[in-house]
Design a protein around this ligand. Sequence first.
Ligand SMILES: Nc1ncnc2c1ncn2[C@@H]1O[C@H](COP(=O)(O)OP(=O)(O)OP(=O)(O)O)[C@@H](O)[C@H]1O
Ligand SMILES: CC(C)(CO)[C@@H](O)C(=O)[O-]
Ligand code: BAL
Length: 360
Amino acid sequence: MPNGNDSGSGSSSSSSSAQHHDAPSVGFVPTMGALHAGHLDLVQRSLRENAYTVISIFVNPAQFAPNEDLASYPRTLPSDVQALIEAEQAQKGLGEIGALFVPNVQEMYPPLPGTSTPFTQNVQQQEGAFVTMHGSLASSLEGASRPAFFRGVATVVTKLFHAVEPTRVYFGQKDIQQALILRGMVSSLLFGAPGKEGFKVVETRRDQETGLALSSRNAYLSDEARRRWAPLLIRGLEEGRSAFDTAIAAGESAKEVERKVTSTALGKIDSLAKQAEQESGGRVRFEVDYVSLNCRYTLRPYAEAIAAEGPAAADGAVLSGAVALIEGQGEGKEARRTRLIDNLLLGKAEEEILGASSER
Ligand SMILES: Nc1ncnc2c1ncn2[C@@H]1O[C@H](COP(=O)(O)OP(=O)(O)OP(=O)(O)O)[C@@H](O)[C@H]1O
Ligand SMILES: CC(C)(CO)[C@@H](O)C(=O)[O-]
Ligand code: BAL
């Protein structure tokens, strides 16, 4: 058991009425379960930096559109619990798991007093309070493809932060837009727990052999698609990163940098997609949703952001992409569609977002 002192590595400057100076620190890792090594990196980091770590597992219906995969989302609670026990046992520091919070829908979306209306995914029929981020951070990229997604995420995370009152919170770089929005929300809504300094973004954990970003939804992929074809997105982004470094070193204009980076990444993705389609005999195909180079602060398109915000926005950027991998199931069976997202933090973005001193 911790001795009641903050075992954190450096005390947070984010004290608030909810965070007494002598109270033990609480790290919080919100998840939707189906835990993998990426989630466990967040848990391990929290265990190292806090006296107590709280993990939540809640498949939040508000962030799924009615046509999305709420019903089929992987739910693996017994093995999740086992993975957390093992992560805690492997932990050498002082921190321990204080709680695993597994609420149900009724608890997270209680009917308003005097009513009994249950939660509905139909946004027009919803009752109660919901949190919406305005501006380019939320309307671009995933926000453009999944219009109710970030409203659902910001709402549930607000409720979770209220329930847990964490000192520090841990989110993955894999969902970079989510992390930047929630960091912005904490600042915009004057959250005390966590405070601004307590918001941590942890580097994306990848498959060692293929570089594929670990993701609960990878469970939808066949073994072959996961090994051979899904890594196409990160291959494309890596080519885009090289193009960024070359274009910046050559002093190209922001518009040229943006054009070269996105066209290089897209070119690589297209050629690998054609190869996948040919070599799989048409069983695997890809649809590109977006490949985009964006400002590391606002997620506005790179050149537009530099024109509006000045040259400081030029020294780094977020290069991200989303593709659907579609696997035919054989005769008479429906094709299975898996949405993959990934990103690279270019130039100064990496250090600024992940933190110079963080153990990655
Ligand atoms: N590969 C990864 N590396 C680091 N963090 C990750 C990784 N994958 C997910 N996370 C982070 O774990 C937290 C919980 O994510 P979530 O439970 O949605 O898992 P997921 O793998 O992202 O699932 P999905 O497939 O639905 O996107 C989020 O902060 C997310 O960014
Ligand atoms: C942050 C989150 C737990 C909110 O449901 C979810 O979007 C996730 O797991 O990334
Ligand atoms: N990891 C983000 C959760 C989602 O895509 O629904």
